[in-house]
Design a protein. Structure first.
Length: 287
């Protein structure tokens, strides 16, 4: 029996008015859109930024065949759970199954057959062993990112491009503000995906009067919402606890306040500007 628990990757969606047809049910073609959205979520769950990953692997993934089996209809404002899994990898093909559920009820089953191919000629190529290994490991239930904690000398080369992309290019922070002398005295944490690419980073500054300070928290844009930031923060807090700090302080960008609240941090004071971005001070007591 096909159930939501058969899938490790899930995407929750609400049915919108624009997706309803004259029968007041979801128009049949939209289910393929739901499956495509779940496919994007699958790459995110693998900790693989799609475009950069395909460029590194020397190919791209093209849809060869899509099959849809309809069991029941989704209705306006239904919350649907779209599960995605890879069931078979051939020499050049990858077969995915998508289940679209309302609660435990299977509404639609989709099979997607992709071919790994040369993007210039769209002629098939063997699925790279590295990509095969990542997918098989994910489906086996393994973690997709490896967390490393160390010095700037050890991790700076990996952290710098990611911090530059997030803070300098995306948020407009001046490079001379983003990279400072404190990097060389801080403890750094970097999460690497299965291809060895840094996908998240943060730092822990030396404690002052028993209080540590966390900063430079950055997650690759395409991979946000996949727990990598939370894993980093937990690692940095553990490092502070390990050296005996009584509390951890950070300046949170206001849009990320909820993320830090869920991790046990409490906001203090009002909003202030730092590097042209609205921040708020937050603190977590460790003892």
């Amino acid at each position: 029996m096909n159930t939501p628990r058969d899938y490790r990757c899930h995407l929750r969606l609400r049915v919108r008015w624009s997706e309803i047809d004259q029968q007041r049910i979801v128009f049949n073609a939209h289910y393929l859109t739901y499956a495509d959205c779940a496919m994007t979520e699958y790459w995110r769950a693998l900790a693989l930024p799609y475009e950069a990953t395909m460029h590194a692997l020397g190919g791209d993934v093209y849809l060869k065949k899509a099959s849809v089996e309809y069991h029941a209809s989704a209705l306006l404002d239904d919350i649907i759970d779209v599960g995605m899994r890879c069931v078979r990898i051939g020499a050049s093909s990858m077969v995915f199954e998508c289940g679209i559920f309302r609660g435990a009820a299977l509404l639609v089953a989709v099979e997607l057959i992709y071919v790994f191919a040369d993007p210039a000629t769209q002629t098939k190529k063997d699925v790279p062993p590295a990509l095969r290994a990542v997918i098989e490991s994910f489906e086996a239930g393994n973690e997709m990112a490896e967390l490393r904690v160390g010095s700037w000398q050890e991790l700076g080369a990996a952290a710098t491009p990611l911090r530059t992309a997030v803070f300098v290019q995306e948020q407009g922070v001046a490079p001379e503000v983003e990279m400072d002398a404190l990097d060389r005295v801080a403890v750094h944490a970097v999460a690497f995906n299965r291809l060895g690419v840094a996908v998240a980073t943060g730092r822990l500054l030396p404690g002052q009067d028993g209080e540590a300070r966390v900063g430079r928290m950055a997650v690759a844009r395409a991979l946000r919402g996949q727990r990598w930031g939370r894993l980093l923060l937990e690692a940095l807090v553990r490092a502070a606890q390990g050296r005996g700090d009584a509390s951890v302080l950070l300046h949170a960008q206001c849009h990320a306040e909820g993320f830090y609240r869920r991790a046990g941090f409490v906001a203090e004071g009002g909003v202030f500007d730092e590097a042209g971005i609205a921040h708020i001070t937050m603190r977590k007591m460790l003892r």
